[in-house]
Design a protein around this ligand. Structure first.
Ligand code: GLC
Length: 428
């Protein structure tokens, strides 16, 4: 099989082909440098949180650098947080003062970013938070920073959701009107993830933010745009978060387009003192694992408050880029394979090219079940060196003789010097 796109309202053809994107979580929380939810986790009031706004001055912000890094890593699209839950807006919205242009930095952060990424050939996506911890009319719900503050809770009776909805829809209209063609709309937060406990309007998120109307507007402003599932009305694709699904994802038994979003170290926003960083090898394996199951990977960076991407992320992105340079044809345009993969391996497939990704390098032989008589040629992808193979039990009497349907590859003893070696199999 190849990358194939189940029928969707938006144009997901490029999306399932491209497979790999960059998520960017950036906002004034980068200054706190301890999670994008710091306002909630430390139950800060607007006044307490204001210091990050007053000191936000990303003087080293150079979106061309970010865009180049993303392209060199093999990423084909990016998704930027236009507004996260804290309500801070990265663009020059006419509907609020709580925006980048009013910080010491004084400039719109979105326009140059969109331009820079487009110039590097990447498609453009906007993340936008449905909930808002700054807007005076957004209710204090169970995940709001003031949810334990008795006095603040009393203000709920004066908060008018209709006013917030007008603001939310108005801002999305701005974003989808002023920045040219937008390819992806990633709404977040979904109450269904909270199991509805103690919320003001359990399970009613979609009614609260008038999701149907919101989506209709998005589709009208940007025909073809790909929309995620988190308004609580299923759209073009689903977005498992920090989890690799067991296999291809389905809804009501039908395959769906999906994208796993993943972090380097756990949090999404810049977190200086987080030390749980994944290795480049694990990240490459996650990308492969997703494609083998028919999904995309949206890998997140959390730039710091000077506007730079953490060197730990840069180092990993460069390593991923080197792997992609040699192996991207086992990713782009690929989807799940028609054959069961051997242990510690993942297959991806594009037409008659089958790609065997070897996560744990075996000793000399690897058996491919179900491929007897089907393989025309095999090579290591990183250097196009032939991999010889035998059919059935001819390789060695000590190897299982079980079936003539098996192909046995003869591998070099030393693992090739790449993060994940790939054998490219040309099928007959
Ligand atoms: C979550 C979190 C958030 C992050 C996002 C990424 O819902 O609230 O901080 O932006 O998912 O998928």
């Amino acid at each position: 099989m190849s990358a194939s796109s189940p029928t969707t309202l938006g144009n997901t053809e490029w999306f399932v082909h491209d497979r790999f994107g960059m998520f960017i979580h950036w906002g004034i929380y980068a200054a706190a440098a301890r999670h994008e939810w710091v306002k909630k986790y430390e139950e800060m009031t607007d006044e307490e949180y204001q210091k990050y706004f007053d000191h936000f001055n990303p003087d080293l912000y150079d979106p061309q650098k970010w865009a180049r890094l993303a392209r060199q890593a093999g990423m084909k699209y990016f998704v930027i947080t236009t507004k996260h839950h804290d309500g801070f807006c990265l663009w020059d919205s006419q509907l609020t003062d709580y925006k980048a242009t009013n910080t010491p930095y004084g400039q719109d952060l979105i326009a140059p970013m969109v331009e820079a990424f487009r110039a590097e050939g990447l498609k453009v996506g906007f993340y936008h938070s449905l909930i808002d911890w700054h807007h005076p009319h957004f209710p204090i719900d169970a995940v709001h920073p003031q949810c334990n503050d008795e006095e603040a809770l009393k203000t709920n009776k004066d908060r008018d959701m209709a006013k917030y909805v007008e603001y939310l829809h108005g801002q999305v209209r701005e974003l989808l009107t002023n920045y040219g063609k937008i390819d992806v709309m990633f709404f977040d937060f979904s109450y269904s993830d909270t199991k509805g406990e103690g919320l003001l309007a359990p399970g009613k998120g979609k009614d609260d933010w008038q999701a149907e109307k919101l989506i209709a507007m998005v589709r009208e402003l940007q025909p073809g745009i790909v929309i995620n599932d988190r308004t609580e009305i299923p759209q073009d694709y689903i977005t498992p978060e920090q989890v690799q699904p067991e296999g291809p994802l389905t809804v009501d038994g039908k395959p769906v387009v999906w994208e796993a979003c993943q972090t380097f170290s756990g949090s999404w926003g810049y977190y200086r003192d987080e030390y749980t960083w994944k290795s480049a090898q694990m990240l490459v394996q996650m990308l492969i694992d997703g494609v083998a199951k028919g999904g995309n990977l949206l890998l997140n960076v959390g730039p710091n408050a000077r506007g730079e991407i953490d060197p730990r992320a840069v180092e990993r992105l460069e390593a991923i880029g080197e792997w992609m340079r040699l192996h991207n044809r086992s990713i782009y345009g690929c989807g799940p394979a028609d054959f069961p993969a051997p242990p510690d391996c993942r297959y991806t497939q594009n037409g008659n090219r089958l790609y065997l990704h070897i996560f744990a390098w075996p000793f000399k032989h690897i058996q491919l079940k179900g491929l007897g008589g089907k393989v025309e040629y095999a090579q290591l992808l990183n250097d196009a060196s032939e991999i010889q193979f035998t059919e059935g039990g001819q390789a060695h009497p000590a190897l299982p003789q079980e079936t003539t349907e098996t192909v046995v590859l003869e591998l070099p003893v030393a693992k090739p010097p790449v993060l994940v070696p790939v054998i490219e199999l040309f099928l007959k």
